[in-house]
Design a protein around this ligand. Structure first.
Ligand SMILES: C[S@@+](CC[C@H](N)C(=O)[O-])C[C@H]1O[C@@H](n2cnc3c(N)ncnc32)[C@H](O)[C@@H]1O
Length: 246
């Protein structure tokens, strides 16, 4: 809607079928929280904060914004109160399956989510690399590493490190391309599977970035496979020694 130049609400509509008056009120509300700037002649432009929502912005958050607006996601948040009261997972109560099963059955939603994770993780790569010295490791498994956004940055930063990208088979489809673009594909093996069954053995470090918060304690306990026990306890070690190991 809004590019680099200022536009009034009429121009910002650009034929998308929205109501000009309603859109103007929305733009003004969003301007009030600093995403847009409204000038004296009723035109709106992006602030530095809003610029991060452009798909072509460096470290763009457009992918994340697209994800949080998906109905299957925000409808689950609408059930937060009943979830807190009942202790049941709101997403599962609403959709009948957990988020991962849902995404495996809805490839278009999975693609939106995977792109959202790429957007989010790209923004934190530099801080994570600065916060922790990975230099002592020879081979590292990124457990639930998604498309390899962090692993590719890690391998690029440590040229002698070898990596294993481990995630669900349907998620890994786009991983090769991302690793190639980062120039690290020759030092990274892509392994598909479920961390409730097994994780690759041949590594001296296991990374779980943005994983544990997805599972409650009971879900973790139900995975009785030795590998799952290992990855949860390894993650707890990471959590206590580094702030990023949630
Ligand atoms: C919140 S995302 C984090 C992705 C990545 N670590 C990052 O920070 O960008 C959680 C990841 O866990 C993966 N995942 C979920 N259940 C899994 C399972 N049973 N086995 C392997 N990976 C799984 C998802 O496919 C997803 O890529």
């Amino acid at each position: 809607m809004l590019g680099r130049r200022a536009a009034d609400a009429g121009r910002a509509r650009s034929g998308d079928g929205s109501n000009g008056n309603a859109l103007r009120r929305l733009l003004r509300a969003v301007a009030a929280i600093g995403v847009f700037h409204e000038d004296a002649v009723d035109r709106f432009s992006l602030t530095p904060l809003g610029d991060g929502l452009r798909a072509d912005a460096p470290e763009s958050l457009a992918g994340w914004a697209a994800f949080v607006g998906r109905p299957h996601h925000w409808e689950a948040w609408g059930h937060l109160l009943s979830s807190v009261r009942s202790g049941e997972n709101a997403f599962r109560s609403l959709h009948g399956v957990d988020v991962w099963t849902y995404r495996s059955e809805h490839p278009e939603e999975r693609a939106v989510f995977d792109a959202a994770m790429v957007a989010l993780t790209r923004r934190t790569n530099a801080s994570l690399l600065e916060a922790y010295d990975f230099g002592g490791f020879g081979r590292l498994v990124d457990v639930g590493g998604g498309l390899g956004t962090f692993l590719s940055a890690l391998l690029a930063a440590y040229p002698s490190l070898h990596g294993v990208l481990f995630d669900q088979p349907h998620v890994l489809d786009g991983a090769e391309e991302l690793l190639r673009a980062a120039g690290v594909a020759d030092r990274c093996r892509i392994v598909a599977g479920s961390f409730f069954d097994d994780v690759p053995e041949d590594a001296d470090a296991y990374l779980l970035k943005s994983i544990l918060h997805d599972w409650d304690d009971e879900e973790q306990r139900r995975s009785s496979a030795p590998a799952a026990v290992r990855w949860t306890s390894a993650a707890r070690c990471s959590s206590s020694s580094a702030s990023w190991g949630r």
